[in-house]
Structure formats: C-alpha cells, structure tokens
Design a protein around this ligand. Structure first.
Ligand code: SF4
Ligand code: SF4
Length: 434
C-alpha cells in the first residue's frame, strides 16, 4: 500500500467493529463467531483491525506518540487477515495492508519491530534463517536415499522451518515426489530464508534484499516450477514478491502439486487410514494467498466516508485461496473421513503463530492455538491436519499445553502413510487412537 492510499484509507474506517467477527451469514455458533485472536485475547478495542486503524490515524495526526504500549498493541497481531475479509464483506477497507504499512512506518522511524524480532532479523542476515541455526546444517534433513536431480525443472524450496524444525515435512514431501517419479532439484547451500518473517515485521529494505537474492538464484537455474511445503514461503513468493519484482517461474504449494499428481494417477494410495480428520486452513495458504489484482480508475467521493470506484475495484475477499486441493487430497485417502470445523476457508481462525508473534509474544501464540484446538476437538476428529510447518509447531504446542488427545499431522505425512511408505507411523497412530 502506498502512502497516498494509506492516508486516504485510515480516514475511511467506519468504526463499525464488524472486523471483530466473521461475517454474520457464516456464523454457526456464538462460541466460534469471532475473527480476531488479538481482540479475543485482550478484549480492548485498539487490538482489533479497526482499532489499529484508529491508532494509525491518531499517530498521523500527532494525537499519540510511539510508545512501548503502542508497539505492543501493533505487534500483538498475527497479520492473519481475518479482519480484512470481514471488513470487505460489506465495505472496502484493507485493514491488513494498513497494519503492514503501520509496522513499516514504525520500523522506518526506529521504533519497531519488537526486540525478539530484531534478533531473528539479525540472525537471518548472518546465517540465512531466523532460528539462528548454522547455514551448513540446512540440508541435514536430507537422507542419502532421496533422489535429487540437478537438471530438473521442478525445484523443491524447503524453507527454514521445515529445514530446521519440522524436518518430517521436508522428508515426506521429498519421498512423495520420488514415489511419483517426479525429478526435482533443491537449492542446497543456496537456499535462504524467503523473507516472510522479516516482511511481516515491517522491515522492507531487508526483505527486498532477500527477495532479490532468491529470485536471481532460482532464475539463474532455469527453474520452471517451485514447490513449497510452507504456506508462509508460498504466500510470500506468490503474493508479496510480485509487489516488488516480477519473476518467470510458477509457484505451487505441495497440496496443489500433490493433488495434481493424484489426478494424473502418478500416486497410488493403497493403505487405509481409518481415522476422522479435521483440516486447519493456514492463513497464508487460504485467504492471504489470493494475489492482488491491478486496478486503475477513479475514486469518486459521494459524501464523507463514502466513495465509489469507477470502474469497480476488485476486492481481495480471500475466496481465491487454496481450499479445494487439500480437501481433495484428504477425500482421496482410503478410509479417512473429513469433518469440518465451524470457521474454515477464508473465515478460518488463525493458529496464532504468524507475523513474529510466536517469537515476540509466545503466550499469545499458545493461547490462540488452544482456542483453535478446542474448535478442532469439538468436531470429534481423531487427528488435526494442516499444510504449514509454522501452524504445525504452534498447533502441536497448543495440543500439548491443553492436554488434548488430538494427534497432529501435516497433509504430506498422511499422504506418505497412505502410499504405504510410512507403515511404522501409521501403525503407531492407529494403536494410539484405538
Ligand atoms: S490480522 Fe488477524 S490478529 Fe491482526 S487485527 Fe486482523 S484479525 Fe486480528
Ligand atoms: S476496519 Fe472495516 S470492519 Fe473494521 S471498524 Fe473499520 S470499517 Fe468497520
């Protein structure tokens, strides 16, 4: 969002608070009617999407000054974008983009981001990952029996979290591609952070350095398709990179890629998984993975706060997120029954980890995860499934802390079991659930 749009938009918030709730027609119960983890946990208006817009306006008007309290409110937000979907159900504001620009301004003026976020940005600059792990250990997850083809046109971009924290996801994805006979390459020592955790804090110059390096490396190798296990990396490449620089390769999440392979009969699911599963839509694979559409036209002011766009401006409503592919995969697994939570697809509740919250405010991340775990439990499912290493870590922390009996799996781990390539894990899960 440029400065002119920001200045216009922060004055147009109606103060209606609709962004605290999922759209009325989607509400199935009072318990799961809310949209925003920050307002749910802190119950104080400035934490909401609309509340943060008032803070942005007050800052511009000089009515408040940056302070520790202000930073805490602005950064206690997972940038999940649920408020933006609710606002656009009836109106036209972009609360998520306003909040991202607000963070950018706080960084530009030397106030943001939070100390823990500054530490992971420094680590990423030094060792190319926010976990401060040695760069040379990035490919430690890769066993000798995985076939990598350095002439392949498909690149598997593993990402920092799957490389260092959720290696089971990297391993499962690589084994599935080998099972389908799809040649794929990896960047090895040339794979670096995608920049997502840095972008979300508002440090745009560092993010731009990273995205330039990543695009140049991938294009120099003549890659046609890049496949991601991580919803955060995927969203950042698909939606955010093009705002700064174009590139000439296709980007796919593993759920899209694997569903395509299933439809082409390149994967043969032979093992029954007789369990009930519920699926958590990661924000970065769902609503936030919808690309921005270019718009050129005129904004005509009809009365204070009310204007129309000629021609109509496309609304980013989250409907073009990736919702069908993961559900199609789960429905193809023999024996598996899919049951849905109340808040799904573009209205899904956040896992609680994103936008630097897990590192700066771990208690907020955990408390949000526990809300989502309760919602998952109420479906009666045996297992909770998702498609993002960051959601994986946080939801598993929530399961552990709340003493839930739910078991968590990434969708690629389930596929691997259904392919008959991880019988030990399948046996263990079935025994535990029985
Ligand atoms: S992005 Fe998510 S956490 Fe942040 S204000 Fe909006 S709904 Fe709340
Ligand atoms: S951001 Fe949108 S939904 Fe929220 S208070 Fe403002 S106008 Fe209403």
């Amino acid at each position: 969002m440029n400065e002119e749009e920001y200045q216009k938009m922060i004055k147009r918030c109606l103060r209606c608070s609709i962004c605290k709730w999922i759209p009325q027609v989607q509400i199935k119960s009072q318990k799961y009617a809310t949209a925003c983890p920050a307002i749910d946990l802190y119950n104080y208006h400035p934490y909401s999407g609309g509340g943060k817009i008032i803070l942005a306006l007050a800052l511009e008007m000089g009515r408040i000054k940056p302070s520790k309290e202000l930073l805490e409110i602005v950064y206690k937000c997972t940038e999940c974008g649920n408020c933006a979907i609710s606002c656009k159900f009836l109106y036209t504001l972009e609360p998520l983009e306003i909040m991202m620009r607000l963070r950018e301004k706080l960084v530009e003026t030397g106030y943001g981001p939070m100390p823990k976020q500054k530490a992971y940005i420094a680590a990423t600059k030094k060792v190319n990952n926010p976990y401060n792990e040695p760069h040379e250990n990035r490919m430690d997850w890769l066993p000798d029996d995985i076939e990598v083809d350095h002439d392949a046109k498909v690149l598997y971009y593993i990402g920092c979290t799957s490389s260092y924290r959720r290696q089971e996801m990297a391993l499962a994805a690589a084994r599935i591609m080998n099972a389908a006979g799809i040649p794929f390459d990896i960047l090895g020592d040339n794979e670096y952070c995608c920049g997502s955790p840095i972008l979300r804090t508002g440090d745009i110059p560092t993010f731009q350095e990273i995205l330039n390096k990543n695009i140049e490396i991938i294009e120099s190798r003549g890659i046609e398709t890049v496949v991601f296990s991580c919803a955060g990396c995927y969203d950042t490449f698909k939606v955010d990179y093009p705002l700064y620089r174009d590139y000439n390769f296709e980007v796919l999440h593993t759920v899209e890629f694997f569903n395509r392979l299933l439809e082409e009969n390149k994967l043969n699911l032979t093992k029954e998984i007789p369990l009930t599963a519920t699926y958590h839509d990661p924000c970065h694979l769902g609503r936030n993975a919808e690309r921005y559409e270019q718009w050129e036209g005129d904004e005509v002011q009809l009365m204070p706060l009310v204007s129309i766009n000629i021609p109509p401006k496309p609304k980013r409503t989250g409907k073009k997120g990736i919702y069908d592919a993961p559900r199609a995969i789960l429905n193809k697994i023999p024996g598996l029954k899919l049951v849905e939570m109340e808040r799904i697809k573009e209205y899904a509740y956040c896992c609680g980890a994103g936008a630097g919250v897990k590192s700066a405010f771990p208690e907020m991340a955990l408390d949000t995860a526990k809300i989502r775990i309760e919602e998952a439990e109420e479906t009666g499912a045996d297992i909770l499934v998702s498609a993002c290493p960051f959601c994986s870590t946080n939801l598993q922390d929530g399961i552990k802390d709340s003493g839930s009996k739910l078991r968590y799996f990434d969708i690629s781990e389930l596929l691997l079991m259904a392919l008959g390539l991880d019988s030990e894990k399948l046996k263990q899960v079935l025994a535990e659930v029985a």
